[in-house]
Every structure is written in structure tokens, then in C-alpha cells.
Design a protein around this ligand. Structure first.
Ligand code: ADP
Ligand code: TYD
Length: 595
């Protein structure tokens, strides 16, 4: 009998398999072969002289990257969070006041860390996408008199690059240390630690530096060291205690180094190589490249009809772009689709920006015009679904002008060279459509649930064709859709909206639904009702109310059009919305209705 009761796991008997991916999210970014290979060097002792030399090279590289003469410059073993805790745990003692600027997730995290060590937390808060003026910062400094002020230079959750000039001086005026998080911005946007009076600055290895995650450069000013080394209490963390780290990194001037923890030597190799790459390019060239690529990318996004989340150009982070999540789409569907079809990571929002944005990171070697172009080329006909046509629906009560406007829109889009076709529901030409037509013409009677399901079946039978056309890049302009289905049946006694929606759940989701709004009085001026079923003003009024209920659903991109205007004015409005929807839809997956 075997002495082990847990058998060897089958999964570990298979070889390791990691796919290649375009890492265009907010990090980690792609690690180029040169840096990967550096990490594959032999592992030697973390206290061997060769490793100390590598650590010393890293220190010089970080001083250059941070633009600082601080001798207390090193890289902590861990990610940006480790550096964040290292900064806060060393500088703050229980009961002291800390001020954090919250305009995204990082200010929230800093406050949480400081709170955990018993500090008194004060915050200044700006909405996601916003930032703070020096006047606001000074007011808070003078009010709370904190020992430490935290600010994120690159707020990767919202895409904001915070201005830094003058803030260090303000902090020092109020005897406060200035802590800056530059995890997402370092190397991609100008920052001068010493000149800007930053007391503690940290970043991560996995962003612009293009090294694997696991090391976090950090530097402390003389002023910060004064406070840290004159504490009354020991820092709460042994692992992050700066006096130990300073010795391990040879920053304390002592002749010998004492074992503290085992440094991740392979990660040091990669970090050294990534700093060498930055030194080769030059810091200013790297800043310039990130800025130029970001502007090129932003212009491309705007030309596709997408909106940038950060309004002020100068406050846009060049490394991580935030795009307003297109109305009516589920951001998760978009990121999943892009991953599935292009093997490319982009991400949704984080913390306060969840649901509001999509985030695209172009950092370090990933920041190139070629990558922006590749991103666009991926959306070329080769991957048809990506350059798909838009599904545009016109809804409204009878005589609102749906048929008139569908025809005009199709004509206008055709004239501008766009592939487009018109459809209408019910489609009376199919077998099911013929049953519906006979019912509408009062030539036959059908039970109400049955006819509702027939209307839905009439849409489903055309779904394969619709999908094919959309995928081939043809825009479909549709006269009535599932919304009419729900509004008309639920206007009958004994039907609720929810039941009526069920058969249509999962239909192709329109990229745009325009509701032609027209009062019953105005509709009456456009002629008598015909002979068909439903063509009475009482019934149409109830239908209108049901449409209004449906329009409250934010998962559908509704636009209300004033259909009382002249035909040409209505056409102009409809064309504008449609062109915008076509532009956006070609880069997005087709959604599923009410799912
Ligand atoms: N903006 C408008 N102003 C005035 N009359 C209109 C307008 N749009 C359409 N009409 C007229 O109203 C009637 C109903 O239009 P139609 O497009 O068939 O509406 P629906 O398809 O919504 O029932 C037609 O006689 C049409 O010429
Ligand atoms: C699409 C659809 C339409 N209808 C109704 C709306 C219309 O009164 C009728 C037929 O519409 P339609 O043939 O488009 O005529 P109109 O010119 O009035 O728009 O069927 C439903 O009851 N359920 C549905 O699913």
C-alpha cells in the first residue's frame, strides 16, 4: 500500500502550456524576449557578490528612471501593492493623520492600508476621470495637517495623469511627506522626483518596464528617511521594514549585509534588463513615444465614434487609455470577444470606474503605432465579425413614419456606399408570416399567446440570415422588431411585459433602436386608420405606454426621435444616430437581446 493518501495530480503530468497574447490591458504588458531571456539566467545565491552588483545596477537604473539622487533607492520584492505598503507602513505611525487623494481605486487602496495600521484617514475625492487643483490640495493639507499625502500620478483605473508641479512644495510647507504612485505612468510620462519634491515614489516592473510582475522600484527622500528612522514605534511589517531593506540593498552605508529575506534573483535579472532597455532608449524619448502613440490611438478611437473618458487632453494618461463603455453594450462581452477573436487583452473598469470604461494599455514595447494599426487591422474583413454591419431598428406607433424613414435611411446609406438592406417585421412572405398576415387582416382568428409566439417565431426564423448579413458587413435597417412584439401583446388584457419578452430573449441585439415619438392627435392628422387588427386609437395609446416602459431599459440603446418634425428633419436626426451606430458597431460584437 502506498504511504501517500493524496495521489500525484494528473494535471502536473501534462506539460506547462501558456499561450502567446497581446497584453494591451492595464498590465502586465508583454515581456520582450530579451527581458524574458535575462530572467532565465542561472539562479545564484541572493547574497552573492554578483547579485549585489546587479542590485546596485538596478539602483542606478531606478535613480535615472525616477530622476533622483536619493541613496535610499531600491526595489521591493513584490508588486506595486507591496511598494505601496512599504511606503505607508514605514512613514506612518498609529494615530497620525494621512491624506489621500481619491480619484480612482489607488487613493482608496492607500487609505485602506493606512487605516489598517491605525492611522487617521482623511480624503479628498474627485469623480472618476477627474483630478485635483493645487488650491484644493492646499486647502486639505492645511485642514488635516497630515504627515503623509498620497497621490496617484497615473490613475490606471480612470486613465488620469495627475499634474504634479507645485504639490511637493505645498506638502513641505505643511510639513507633510509627498507620496506618489507612478505604477502606471513611470517611464511613459515625464516625472522628476527631486525637482518635483516627491518624498516617496514607487512603480511596478510589469508596466512600461515590460518586466514580469514581482519587483517594485521605490525611492525615499532624505526628508522621508528622517521621519522613518526617528519613529517611536517599529513598522508593523518586518518584511517591509526599511531599515532591513536598506541594509539588504546596500543603502545604509554599513559594510556588511545581513540576511533579511531571499531576494527574487530571477526577477532582479529581468528588472535590470528592463532598466537597460529604458537607458538605451532614453527617458525623454520614451516619454515622447508614449505620448505620440497615445495621441495617434486616441485620434483613431474618436474617428471610430468612440469617446474618451478623460475629457481634458492634458490629463490623459499616455500609457492607459480609458474609453467610455459604448451605451447599450455589456463591457464584459466586448473584452471577452476581443480576447476570443484576437487573443488580445483589454480590460473593463476597476473600482469606481467599473461599467463606465474600457481600458487599453500600450506600455513600453507595446507602445507603438504599429500596434495601434494592428489593433485596427484586426478589425478588417479577415475577421468579418469585427467589421460587421449594424442592426438598426425603427419603432413607434402606427403612422409615426417608420416605413417612410426606413426607406429614406436605406437610400441615404446606399448613396454613401455602405452595404445596407431593409427588413420589416412581421415578414409576411414566410409561411409563419402568412399566418400572421391573415390574422392581422382579420381573415383568421388566433389565440393571443399563440399569435405572440408566431410573431416571435417570425423573427427567429430570420435570425440566421440576419447574422450572416451583419457578419458580412451589411447594415440592416429594420421596420419594427421585438419591441413591437412586446408592446402590442402586452397592451392586451392579461399580458405582462415580462412574459411577452421571454420568447425574444437572445435575439440579435440592435445596436440602435430609434423610437419615433408622435402624439395620437398628430398621428390622426396623418390619415384614417386602416382596416387591420390593432388599428384603433385606444389600442395604440396603450401600445405607446408599453413602449415607454420598454424604453426605461438601459441595456438597449434607445434614441427618441421627434417624429412630429418634417420628413427631412426626422431623416437628418435618424441618419446622424445611424452613422454613429454603424461606426461603433463595426468594432464590437453583436449582442444578445435582454440577456
Ligand atoms: N414627418 C412626417 N410628417 C408628415 N407626414 C408624414 C411624416 N412621416 C410620414 N408621414 C406620412 O404619414 C403616413 C404614415 O407613414 P408611414 O411611414 O407609413 O408610418 P408607419 O410605418 O410608422 O406606420 C404616410 O402617409 C406618410 O406619408
Ligand atoms: C412586429 C410585430 C408587429 N405587431 C403588430 C404591429 C402592427 O399593428 C402590425 C403589423 O405591422 P406592419 O405590417 O409593420 O404594419 P404598419 O404599417 O402598421 O407598421 O403587427 C405585433 O403585434 N407584434 C409584432 O411582433
Amino acid at each position: 500500500m502506498s504511504s501517500v493518501s493524496v495521489p500525484p495530480p494528473k494535471c502536473l503530468q501534462k506539460p506547462l502550456s501558456v499561450p502567446h497574447r497581446h497584453m494591451f490591458g492595464p498590465g502586465p504588458s508583454n515581456v520582450p524576449p530579451r527581458i524574458l531571456e535575462a530572467g532565465a539566467n542561472p539562479v545564484i545565491g541572493h547574497m552573492h557578490p554578483e547579485i549585489f552588483e546587479i542590485m546596485s545596477d538596478i539602483k542606478s537604473g531606478v535613480q535615472y528612471m525616477f530622476q533622483t539622487q536619493n541613496s535610499m533607492t531600491l526595489a521591493v520584492s513584490g508588486t506595486g501593492h507591496t511598494a505601496m505598503e512599504c511606503a505607508i507602513f514605514n512613514t506612518v505611525e498609529p494615530g497620525e493623520n494621512v491624506l489621500t487623494a481619491v480619484n480612482g481605486i489607488w487613493g482608496e487602496r492607500a487609505a485602506e492600508m493606512a487605516e489598517r495600521i491605525g492611522a487617521r484617514i482623511n480624503t479628498i475625492v474627485a469623480p472618476p476621470g477627474g483630478f485635483f487643483t493645487n488650491v484644493e490640495i492646499e486647502q486639505a493639507l492645511s485642514k488635516y495637517r497630515p504627515v503623509l499625502f498620497f497621490l496617484a500620478h497615473g490613475e490606471s483605473s480612470t486613465g488620469v495623469l495627475h499634474p504634479l508641479d507645485g504639490i511637493g512644495q505645498l506638502c513641505h510647507k505643511y510639513n507633510c511627506l509627498f507620496l506618489v504612485d507612478s505604477v502606471a505612468s513611470m517611464g511613459g510620462a515625464p516625472l522628476y522626483m527631486d525637482q518635483q519634491g516627491i518624498d516617496i515614489l514607487y512603480t511596478g516592473s510589469q508596466k512600461v518596464l515590460n518586466a514580469p510582475p514581482g519587483t517594485a522600484p521605490i525611492s525615499f527622500s532624505e526628508r522621508a528617511c528622517q521621519k522613518i528612522f526617528n519613529r517611536r514605534t517599529k513598522p508593523v511589517s518586518f518584511f517591509l521594514d526599511l531599515s532591513w531593506l536598506a541594509n539588504y540593498w546596500g543603502c545604509d552605508g554599513k559594510p556588511s549585509r545581513i540576511y533579511h529575506h531571499t531576494g527574487p534573483v530571477s526577477a532582479f535579472y529581468s528588472l535590470r534588463e528592463s532598466l537597460a532597455v529604458l537607458v538605451e532608449e532614453g527617458l525623454e524619448k520614451s516619454w515622447e513615444r508614449h505620448q505620440q502613440v497615445a495621441e495617434y490611438f486616441h485620434a483613431g478611437l474618436e474617428s471610430m465614434g468612440l469617446k474618451l473618458f478623460v475629457k481634458e487632453k492634458k490629463a490623459r494618461l499616455p500609457t492607459v487609455t480609458t474609453i467610455v463603455a459604448p451605451h447599450g453594450y455589456d463591457w464584459k462581452e466586448i473584452t471577452t470577444y476581443i480576447m476570443k477573436t484576437h487573443n488580445l487583452e483589454i480590460s473593463g473598469g476597476l473600482g469606481p470606474s467599473v461599467g463606465m470604461v474600457l481600458r487599453v494599455g500600450l506600455m513600453g514595447c507595446n507602445s507603438s503605432k504599429a500596434n495601434v494599426d494592428m489593433d485596427r487591422a484586426n478589425r478588417q474583413p479577415g475577421v468579418m465579425a469585427c467589421k460587421r454591419g449594424a442592426l438598426i431598428v425603427l419603432e413607434g406607433v402606427d403612422k409615426a413614419g417608420k416605413t417612410t424613414q426606413c426607406n429614406k435611411l436605406v437610400q441615404a446609406l446606399q448613396q454613401s456606399g455602405r452595404p445596407v438592406e431593409m427588413m420589416r417585421f412581421p415578414d409576411r412572405t414566410t409561411t409563419i408570416g402568412k399566418l400572421i398576415s391573415a390574422y392581422l387582416e382579420k381573415k383568421s382568428d388566433l389565440e393571443d399567446h399563440t399569435v405572440h409566439l408566431l410573431f416571435s417565431a417570425n423573427r427567429w426564423e430570420l435570425v440566421p440570415l440576419m447574422k450572416k448579413k451583419l457578419e458580412q458587413g451589411t447594415t440592416l435597417v429594420v421596420d419594427r422588431y421585438a419591441f413591437s412584439g412586446v408592446a402590442f401583446t402586452s397592451a392586451k388584457p392579461g399580458f405582462c411585459l415580462d412574459w411577452c419578452k421571454q420568447p425574444d430573449v437572445g435575439l440579435p441585439k440592435p445596436d440602435l433602436v430609434m423610437f419615433l415619438q408622435l402624439s395620437p392627435a398628430e398621428a390622426a392628422l396623418r390619415g384614417q386608420f386602416g382596416e387591420e387588427r390593432y388599428e384603433t386609437s385606444v389600442f395604440q395609446r396603450t401600445v405607446q405606454q408599453k413602449f415607454e416602459q420598454l424604453m426605461k431599459d438601459p441595456s438597449v440603446n434607445w434614441q427618441v426621435i421627434d417624429a412630429a418634425q418634417g420628413v427631412d428633419e426626422v431623416h437628418k436626426d435618424i441618419t446622424n444616430y445611424s452613422l454613429n451606430a454603424i461606426n461603433i458597431a463595426q468594432n464590437l460584437p453583436l449582442g444578445e437581446l435582454w440577456k
